[in-house]
Write a protein that binds this ligand. Sequence first.
Ligand code: NAD
Ligand code: MG
Length: 388
Amino acid sequence: MRRISIFGATGSIGQNTIDLIARDRDAYAVVALTGGRNIAQLAKDARALRAQVAVTAHDDLLPELREALAGSGVQAAAGRAALIEAASRPADWVMSAIVGAAGLEPGLRALEQGATLALANKESMVCAGPLMLRTAQAHGAALLPVDSEHSAVFQALIGEDMAAVERVIITASGGAFRDWPLEDLARATPEQAATHPNWDMGQRITIDSASMFNKALEVIETREFFALDPEQIEVVVHPESMIHALVGFCDGALMAHVGPPDMRHAIGFALHHPQRRALPVERLDLVKLGQLTFREPCETRWPALRLAREVMQAGGLSGAIFNAAKEVALDQFIVGQIPFTRMAGVVEETLSCLSSHAGHNRDQFTLDMILQADHLARHTARDIGGRN
Ligand code: NAD
Ligand code: MG
């Protein structure tokens, strides 16, 4: 039996992962499931999958979790230390699906155990790409992308020589406001931003899709995962979300990954890697689909894309600063403190305030340095956003 842990089990990626493993229950021994405030879901899944331990991120919810797990034999735990302890338990395959930089340290702990880490948490690569890769290498651990675009690139690269890769194109749906008049964006509400035309995802990544901060993070993630130059990475708007990414080779060939917008494909690919197994996703009927369309992304509508290029250029700890400032700006938008169109400004001003942190030797970053930069950026962004 394969020992499995799922960090962020109660979220959108976590639930899709559980859907897959529950179909083949006897193949897996579940070590840890972690979640946040949704104790009922966490306890239900921990019972059904007979997990060793269930962890909520919130200390105050421990009594509720204990009660929900009473008599089940599943251990209940709460808080950051318990999350890190659970992440340090040996497992063969671990899903990293906490949202935000909070997912970084649990993923590193899993890599230190030599586990195969299925990485949905893109923030880990944006904040700490070199540290993630170094840790995986030092412990003989495999790091597999779960973001749909990165899984697509990974699959298109199987059997290929990286030296023959000219470029990588990742697609973006354009999110909720793709076709809105620019002048209406300043009045967009969090509810409007949190409706995605094609994908069913958590609230934060859905709003990040509308602002393209999600794509900005993914451009940086692409660079870190596949060791590409920033100039080799392109973004194209593709409203149908059927092609997830394309790899262009030196002979002019473009290899595209085509599939329905269902994360169980990328999760299942990482779960069964290096094999391919049958997955319960829709089979596309190309004739019914009829046509696929593409557009150039407009940087006036989506300034986050320009910021991603500036971050890659600046290097150093700017990925961690960018992500932390984005998380704060997103919180500020969600609570109504700043308008939708102000998020990019808060991030850009934070980057420029902390520009002296760029340019360090990326290969020597430690977790502490990254967490300090994250902390400083949150503080600075709160200040900047608070002045609105
Ligand atoms: P979600 O909001 O649905 O779920 C997030 C999970 O993380 C929940 O279990 C929540 O309890 C937990 N969590 C949140 N904050 C936490 C904290 N501070 N400490 C510990 N746990 C915490 O999010 P999601 O849409 O499933 O996305 C998860 C990750 O996967 C994100 O990094 C996202 O960018 C990435 N991702 C998601 C999708 C998707 O289709 N949903 C696709 C690609 C990548
Ligand atoms: Mg993606």
